[in-house]
Write a protein that binds this ligand. Structure first.
Ligand code: NAI
Ligand code: MG
Length: 394
């Protein structure tokens, strides 16, 4: 029996193209695992009214380690229309299976490294005042709270009477008191002290382990006084346990503006769910974008690793596939690192780094050309060719 069992969930669209490539890499690096396929995503929704089937939940519960590709989500009306006819009108509600998975298994630590590879033509560059330019070495890892905040899912259009009554009791709600129910949508931003402490502690542990000098908490406590305020308060408490790591604090809006100024100064950034989602895409854009953005959703028991990109339906039917498998392969490396096989994880990352640095094999996104059937004719590597190049380096 292998040392690990990994539940593989390719999901929809390009998830089916990139996940198998990551498995080739895992095998080549000697990761000692059995793999069990599990269904997730749009086809499950259409056929069963549930995008995260019970079998998938059971397998994750049992084996605790998952590798996930991507899923397609659509707004509720479209989701209803695509349900198989006998399931329509029975109260099935589409929920994103990855959001559900994070909540169900309390995968609250969402770790998203945005680390630039030398030689990546997509890396951020900055113009100097003398007309030259710099390419700062960006090494940022975002710690995004994964289960609460604006994504807790507690929201209403036309809130029920008791909710409306509670809202009415807040002095600031007076301005909205006369808005008709159907014209009023409300989301609840939930921050709990315990979850805040867990994500901030994960960020500090990482910073300490890598000898980074600071953790930045990126919120908006001057406006979101209660929720961002609690995040900040907890961060200050946690910092006391890490005398060698400073706590910096930035506001989400200012931080995004500063991305253009000094992104290399931020090695570890921690934020609540929505802000962390925004920050991780923003930083990922500086180091190659969605083709490079890996992530881990880590709970106390279960952990699931995935590229941050979605199912990219417009490329899903191309043969050969053209999308960049690096984000998926780096997500697999994060999984390998998470279980403690750090040498293997390093070897995968080094192989990716070597291919990027050499620059001979580049997928269409790395060439800044439009994606499509013609990309290959223009010299872009296919998904499989990129994986082959990485395998050759292993
Ligand atoms: P997307 O991430 O699927 O694609 C956006 C664009 O990014 C693509 O059109 C492509 O140009 C580029 N791209 C994405 N992955 C790439 C790769 N590996 N290599 C090269 N280029 C890549 O986001 P989009 O189009 O907004 O959403 C498509 C579907 O995916 C939607 O149904 C959405 O709900 C879902 N989605 C799922 C996510 C997940 O599974 N975690 C995350 C984001 C979106
Ligand atoms: Mg996102």
């Amino acid at each position: 029996m292998a040392k690990y069992t990994v539940i593989t969930m390719p999901g929809d669209g390009i998830g089916n193209q990139v996940l198998p490539e990551s498995l080739r890499v895992l095998k080549a690096v000697g990761f000692d695992a059995d793999y069990i396929h599990a269904d997730i995503g749009w086809d499950c929704w259409r056929a069963q009214g549930n995008a995260l089937p019970d079998r998938t939940i059971d397998l994750l519960t049992e084996h605790k380690l998952g590798l996930f590709g991507a899923i397609t989500s659509k707004p509720n009306k479209e989701a209803q229309a695509e349900l198989k006819p006998e399931l329509r009108g029975q109260g099935h509600v589409y929920y994103s299976p990855i959001v559900t998975m994070r909540q169900k298994f309390n995968l609250d630590i969402c770790k998203r490294p945005c680390i630039g590879f030398i030689g990546n033509p997509l890396n951020y560059i900055r113009k100097r005042t003398d007309g030259g330019w710099d390419e700062p070495q960006i090494n940022t890892t975002i710690f995004r709270q994964g289960t609460e905040g604006m994504y807790a899912g507690v929201e209403w259009t036309n809130p029920p009477e008791n909710v409306r009554a509670t809202l009415n009791s807040h002095p600031r709600f007076r301005a909205f008191a006369n808005v008709p129910g159907p014209d009023l949508a409300v989301s609840v931003r939930i921050i709990t002290r315990n979850a805040a402490r867990r994500i901030v502690t994960a960020a500090f542990e990482y910073a300490k382990g890598r000898k980074f000098k600071a953790v930045t908490i990126c919120e908006k406590p001057n406006v979101l006084r209660e929720t961002s305020g609690l995040m900040e308060e907890v961060a200050k408490e946690v910092q006391k346990n890490y005398p060698d790591v400073q706590l910096w604090s930035t506001n989400i809006d200012a931080q995004l503006m500063w991305l253009n100024k000094n992104p290399e100064d931020y090695n570890v950034v921690v934020a609540s769910n929505l802000f962390g989602d925004i920050l991780s895409d923003a930083f990922a854009g500086l180091v190659g974008g969605l083709g490079f953005a890996a992530s881990g959703n880590i709970g106390d028991e279960v952990a699931v690793f995935e590229p941050t990109h979605g199912s990219a339906p417009k490329y899903a039917e191309l043969n050969p596939p053209i999308v960049n498998p690096i984000a998926m392969i780096l997500s697999a490396a994060l999984m390998v690192e998470h279980v403690g096989e750090t040498d293997q994880a390093e070897r995968i990352k080094n192989a990716v780094a070597a291919v990027v640095k050499e620059g001979k094999v580049r997928t269409y996104d790395m060439m800044r050309i439009p994606g499509g059937a013609k990309s290959i004719d223009q010299g872009a590597a296919s998904t499989a060719q990129m994986a082959d190049a990485i395998l050759a380096r292993l």
